[in-house]
Design a protein around this ligand. Structure first.
Ligand code: SAM
Length: 247
């Protein structure tokens, strides 16, 4: 049975998405580990390595992590790149941001990571204010993806880097079947067990299914005006990292 996300309008979709992340915020980090078998950590570390900010401390290097939720990417980026980077985490959901703020405080990272509530489709930042933009497992939740991509381009400085990590299309024969079975039969019950509700996880599986193929998504990024757009698959395409540049 379908959770019905395909049939709802854009405004309604955002409300459903907000409800999902409000419900799972407390358990979000542990669920990620459970459901990806820890793989999300490797994919995220790989994304953060691609950022490669300059070593010079002449001026702070500013990263915007959109749909940044509990600050997982921000934390990894700061740990990887050290003191010269400043990260702004922007997410539409106060519950997710709340968990993130607490985490950052515990880790002593509050002077490098800032949390701001905002919508990917209408970012609350001036033009050309960031050196890089990341979005991890976030863009498929956004109702108007072209709008989010054009906002990403707007807030980047010239020479800025765009990186998007997202669940994608498995392109390994055999693995695709296993992955399908796992998605439909294991994820929702596991979600129900841990959070008491399977619906958010049915949404998760459905939203991954509806997200465009790697090549199509690369086209959308080009259409938004990014250049040198490319992607690489992780774990046979379970996830993919798309990148592009603003010139
Ligand atoms: N990036 C984090 C990570 O990888 O762990 C969190 C990813 S979580 C699967 C998706 C996040 O997207 C949620 O925190 C949700 O609130 C956020 N989100 C959904 N719609 C959004 C929108 N329109 N603008 C900004 N964030 C949004």
């Amino acid at each position: 049975t379908s959770f019905g996300f395909q049939s709802v309008g854009e405004g309604q979709k955002q409300a459903l998405v907000d409800d999902v992340f409000h419900k799972v915020a407390d358990r979000y980090d542990v669920m990620n580990d459970l459901m990806s078998g820890g793989l999300h950590r490797l994919w995220k570390d790989a994304m953060v390595s691609v950022l490669a900010p300059p070593k010079s401390k002449a001026r702070p290097w500013r990263l915007l992590d959109v749909a940044g939720g509990t600050g997982d990417i921000a934390t990894r980026a700061v740990r990887k790149s050290g003191e010269q980077i400043e990260v702004v985490v922007c997410d539409i959901n106060e519950s997710m941001l709340g968990v993130g703020r607490e985490r950052a405080a515990k880790a002593g990272l509050t002077d490098q990571i800032e949390f701001t509530q905002g919508n990917a489709e209408d970012l609350p930042f001036p033009d050309k204010s960031f050196d890089a933009y990341t979005i991890a497992f976030g863009i498929r939740n956004v109702p108007d993806i072209p709008k989010a991509l054009s906002e990403a381009r707007r807030v980047l400085k010239r020479g800025g880097k765009f990186l998007c990590l997202e669940f994608s299309d498995v392109d390994v024969p055999g693995l695709d079947k296993v992955y399908d079975a796992f998605s439909f039969n294991v994820i929702p019950p596991m979600g129900r067990l841990v959070t008491g509700d399977g619906d958010p996880y049915r949404y998760l599986v459905e939203s991954i299914r509806n997200f465009p193929h790697q090549d199509r998504f690369a086209e959308m990024i080009r259409d938004a005006g990014f250049e040198r757009v490319s992607y690489r698959n992780y774990s046979g395409g379970i996830a993919a990292l798309h990148s592009g540049w603003k010139y």
